[in-house]
Design a protein around this ligand. Structure first.
Ligand SMILES: [Zn+2]
Length: 180
């Protein structure tokens, strides 16, 4: 069973998201719906900082929090702000393939060398930094992580509608991640 659900037409939008900003995101990004004008944000997007990703959406349509692996565990105040002050009641979490936050430990030598050579850090400090933060930012597997973050945020913000999504970097397509 494929865990990724493609959206190639409006009929592919999951019924629970039809008529919501989440459905609109798919229409704008995947289906080239003409842009409308927005005075205020409709949606909060949590997505990876990865440079290969860019959403095709109108101005003002969404708040976007970008962090490694779309991990919002350390951005919760910003999530609360978008909801409380920005009046957003829909969130999407967007993971993607080939995410650098998967199997971080394999990048340890590269990470340490990079901090030493590019940033001028002492090797010991770079090692300590990696060991301290890597476990916090490791996501294990892109889709599993997004599903578990979705569950966590639904418990935290029970009245907010949250959808787990996936971005394929080769062709910039957005998918739903199948739940259950
Ligand atoms: Zn990533």
């Amino acid at each position: 069973m494929n865990i990724l659900l493609p959206v190639n037409s409006v009929e592919d939008i999951l019924p629970e998201y039809v008529g919501t900003p989440i459905g609109l995101l798919f229409e704008y990004h995947n289906l080239n719906r003409p842009f409308e004008n927005y005075e205020k944000a409709q949606l909060l997007v949590g997505m990876c900082m990865d440079n290969r990703k860019h959403l095709h959406i109108p101005e003002n349509f969404a708040f976007i929090i970008r962090s490694g692996g779309a991990n919002l565990r350390y951005s919760e105040f910003k999530v609360s702000y978008a909801i409380a002050v920005g009046s957003v009641s829909h969130i999407v979490l967007i993971g993607h393939n080939n995410c650098g936050m998967v199997n971080l430990i394999a990048r340890e030598p590269e990470f340490i060398r990079g901090l030493v050579e590019t940033a001028g850090w002492e090797k010991e400090r770079a090692e300590e930094h990696f060991m301290h933060f890597a476990p916090m930012f490791e996501i294990g597997n892109e889709t599993d992580f997004i599903l578990s973050e979705t569950k966590r945020l639904r418990l935290r913000y029970p009245k907010i509608i949250i959808a787990p999504l996936y971005y394929r970097v080769e062709d910039n397509e957005l998918f739903f991640i199948r739940e259950n």
